[in-house]
Design a protein around this ligand. Structure first.
Ligand code: ZN
Length: 63
């Protein structure tokens, strides 16, 4: 599930599509415009956000 916002009419909608085609062309269902920008899904983020902020710290490599 990905959220999109139409740049043309500012309409916010969501589409269920696979990860591989998340950046494919999306047409706004409201004004049929292709000026659509994909938003970052909020519910996909990790729930354990006790220390929100610098998760990607400087020099913190995992491998
Ligand atoms: Zn639109």
């Amino acid at each position: 599930m990905y959220e999109y916002r139409c740049i043309h009419c500012n309409h916010l909608f969501s589409l269920l599509r696979p990860y591989s085609s998340r950046d494919e062309q999306v047409i706004c269902p409201h004004c049929q415009s292709d000026q659509v920008r994909r938003l970052v899904s909020s519910f996909a983020s990790n729930t354990n956000s006790s220390s929100s902020g610098s998760s990607c710290g400087s020099g913190g490599f995992f491998r």
